[in-house]
Design a protein around this ligand. Sequence first.
Ligand SMILES: N=CN[C@@H](CCC(=O)O)C(=O)O
Ligand SMILES: [Zn+2]
Length: 412
Amino acid sequence: MKTLIKNIKELIQVRENNVSKLSGKQMSTLPTISNAWLLIKDDIIEDYGKMESLPSLKEVTVIDAAGKTVLPSWIDSHTHLVYAGNREQEFVDRIKGLSYEEIAAKGGGIINSTAKLQQASEDQLFEQASIRLEQVIKMGTGAIEIKSGYGLTTEAELKMLRVAKRLQKHYPITIKTTFLGAHAVPKEFQANKKEYVNEVCNVMLPKIAEENLADYIDIFCEKGYFDLEDTKQVLEAGKKYGIRGKIHVNQFNAIGGVQLGVDYDVLSVDHLEVMKEEDIDALKNTNTMPVGLPSCSLYIDIPYAPTRKMIDAGLPVALATDYNPGSSPNGNMNLVISLACIKMGMTPEEAINASTINAAYAMGIEKTHGSITKGKKANLIITDAIPSYGFLPYSFGNNHISQVILAGKIVE
Ligand SMILES: N=CN[C@@H](CCC(=O)O)C(=O)O
Ligand SMILES: [Zn+2]
């Protein structure tokens, strides 16, 4: 089956030769073709060019994109999309003056979601997550990473990951899964955190590896959660099963987790709201992608990751939503891109590169996603008629997506 998109006002993020990631100054270039066409064969981008060069094609479905912009779909490399219920009460607590950390200390936070998740059946979780997934697809997300981490028992962690795998069978969006058993210390292990970390590494992980439920392994490396020694143990255990790390680090405190992550060649270090000079230095010339999560900063009112400084220091940067019930109950990548421009000093070019190519790298799918390149997956956004791609972050909070194509098909 072939589909032709013609009369595209501007085709964005065109990379003839695939690049795996963009660093520093490279992030300020966003290659485009104006007055373009793009041909899809089955689920793959077959060809593209300027309208003058459009070959005569038979038996193709035609989409006329006059006045519109076409981009590769957004890639959301950090989410906790599978969760049970919500936490509006904590939202009110924060309005009344409690901090995210204070709410967690009085039994709210991750542990609150854990109680809800343990009670929910796999079908209930699937239903709730499906609604969220359908919403983010409509908002232009074409690939998404989903973490466990609200189960905190073997049974409940497996349940979360099975739901994420089931979503992949039902939806055309690309999904990668991450085992985050070390997200918080459950109540029953409060007096013996080490025992819980052993459980994560020696009981949960072997089962997850056996069922092939996780592409990556994660840990919340933070004061009051898991320290450097725990992080080392979890990353070491992942290594034993050939599962690479992607870690939550430097959200509230810089305790050396970035350097440790780099030492373990983790695919990404995520959050980074609090960065020391040495953390930025540690990331230079490594394979580790720094990931900023601006909706989390907005929502719980904490500093934004200093991505401007990081890009100026020559680093690559990716952006993601951190969609979760506590610190970012929102999976809108369009908002993330706007916030990156408004609050983090990133240009539209940098924010779009960070949400496509670099985000694909942070999910390990850069060979097949993240740019308009022949042979890549036809996961695309067709915008409304807009004056330029810069209008997307500029017109923050508004929806300018007209159609979404996933695996070569229009999502109805
Ligand atoms: N910081 C750790 N984990 C999540 C928040 C989880 C929650 O509050 O439920 C995050 O990435 O922000
Ligand atoms: Zn997170």
